[in-house]
Design a protein around this ligand. Structure first.
Ligand code: NAP
Length: 284
């Protein structure tokens, strides 16, 4: 492994890490400037062939040693081991972009000396239609913020936000694709219920979500309702049922519940890191 050099290091080439490696390529970074890591031999086999020209290794120390930009994309429960292993190597010459849910820039800034940015993408970055929120952490420069937003802009939209909103954003746009998927599934089943063939019901369900979302770029929800609903007609009958059963309240409750869990997860992860690592990693 000696002499391994990559400017961009992705720690954790799972779903999000792989999408970010692809975003780097799309930005114009050469594949030989990117490398990544996984935890297991199984992970190595899985990733082989998916990222041609990009080195994938098991040693995070080797990976980040000479990197200028390190992207942290392991699961929250895996982050403790990673920080213990490489925290000391992440000095101020490196930009650290973390996409780990529930890990604040305050804690990352305490256990590394890197220039820290926190990002909350959603899984739609896989398809180039992602929504990513980015917050500036300790020591991060304007250039670091610009770089991070350019990266996520290549695979969707990027919002620069105050970090205090990150748990709410995790619950809304971070988890959001899962809620939309559930709504799509419900519409599909509803189509079958009212007599449509399964394939047609599926296509129409996806199409109506896409077409409805496009309309919302130029019109408010109540304008759309007014345009679609004929007095005494079909649509208003459906809307009455949705209101009686509390559809909006249900959706609000879903996001609120995810928000509360996001706060809880942040507390658990950060307590674990703070209690176990103390100042030993940063050498402060
Ligand atoms: N999925 C989402 O929608 C989403 C959205 C926003 C943010 N996030 C955040 O993104 C992060 C990654 O999520 P994901 O869904 O991409 O998870 P994932 O698919 O499970 O990927 C995690 C990757 O990390 C690797 N890994 C684990 N421990 C490691 C270690 N010590 N060193 C190097 N690699 C290690 C795993 O390797 P193996 O393949 O060998 O197991 C796996 O490839 C999470 O922190 C999550 O909070 C996810």
């Amino acid at each position: 492994m000696g002499g391994f050099i990559a400017k961009y290091a992705v720690v954790g080439l799972g779903k999000i890490g792989t999408a970010i490696a692809k975003a780097l390529l799309k930005m114009g970074v050469q594949s030989n400037e990117i490398a990544g890591s996984v935890k297991s031999e199984r992970g190595l086999r899985r990733i082989q062939g998916e990222l041609p020209g990009i080195s994938v290794i098991l040693s995070n120390r080797e990976l980040v040693k000479d990197a200028e930009v390190v992207i942290l994309a392991v699961k929250p429960r895996q982050v403790f081991d990673v920080i213990r292993d490489i925290g000391m190597l992440l000095d101020s010459s490196k930009l650290l972009i973390s996409v780990v849910a529930g890990l604040s820039t305050r804690v990352l800034g305490r256990f590394t000396r890197a220039r820290v940015i926190r990002a909350m993408p959603n899984i739609s970055i896989l398809e180039g239609s992602g929504v990513t929120a980015v917050s500036r952490g300790p020591r991060a420069t304007d250039l670091d913020v610009d770089f991070t937003c350019s990266l996520f802009n290549t695979v969707g939209k990027c919002y620069l936000v105050d970090e205090e909103y990150m748990n709410a954003i995790t619950a809304l746009s971070g988890s959001g694709p899962a809620y939309i998927a559930m709504i799509a599934e419900a519409l599909w089943e509803a189509g079958i219920l009212v007599g449509l063939p399964s394939d047609l019901a599926w296509s129409l369900s996806i199409d109506v979500i896409e077409s409805g979302a496009k309309l919302l770029n130029s019109r408010k929800p109540w304008e759309i309702v007014s345009d679609v609903a004929t007095p005494g007609g079909v649509t208003i009958s459906g809307i009455k049922y949705a209101e009686e059963r509390g559809l909006k309240g249900l959706l609000m409750g879903i996001v609120e519940s995810a928000y509360k869990r996001s706060i809880e997860v942040q507390r658990i992860i950060e307590d674990a890191i703070e209690n176990n690592l103390h100042d030993s990693v940063s050498g402060k």
